[in-house]
Design a protein around this ligand. Sequence first.
Ligand SMILES: [Zn+2]
Ligand SMILES: [Zn+2]
Length: 239
Amino acid sequence: MDSQRDDIERIKEILIEANPEVDSLTDKEMVKEMKELANAIKSIKEMEFDVIIDEQTPITPEIKDVNSFIEENKEKIEAFKEYAISRHDGIGLAANQCSLDGERFDMRMFAIKTDTINAENCRIAIDPKITKYYGIKLTKFEGCLTWKGVPGMTIVADRYLHVDVEFYTPDGEFHKETHSGFQAQVWQHELNHINGVEEKILLPSELPHIKELSRNDLCPCGSRKKLKRCCLEDYKSWI
Ligand SMILES: [Zn+2]
Ligand SMILES: [Zn+2]
């Protein structure tokens, strides 16, 4: 009997650490909460995601009220994050690239990672926006989980070096950030997915040869200055 009591106390301590409000619950309320939590975990585990192959992602519906969107879709958002983490073959994954239980998961959010291995480096951006694109713009080749049906299929797109972004986290926190280089590139790619923007998709034999700029060429930031007098360092770091 006593050891069971100890177990309950230990579980309660862990729960209080995660959420201090648990401390004010009676044992009966806590058991009820734990049952609900267990059911939520079960339903998250039962959600079946998959990437829909070789179909352009359609524009996702607008989110009118972010807080109620998050509240209503808590478990789906959590399950989508789990799925994105499990896909070690991608850095970014837009919700509407996927199906959930056979239907396109057309929500305005995407998962973005800094690497494919560590799960803690996966973040979910809800109702994301790019408020500013700037810096040099270069042509980039990108892989995409949507177009995996044709081997070697590559997206060719002009991407800016910097973006200012806004989004909500699954906890409902509003974030404003600036991203540069590869993370900025992933943002531009994923945002196009949820906006239904068609990318240029080419086979390996069709890929353009991208000529390296020389110091005397015009800077690709659009300043009309020579590269050597403008964004040369940025160019060298991002080509
Ligand atoms: Zn993609
Ligand atoms: Zn420049």
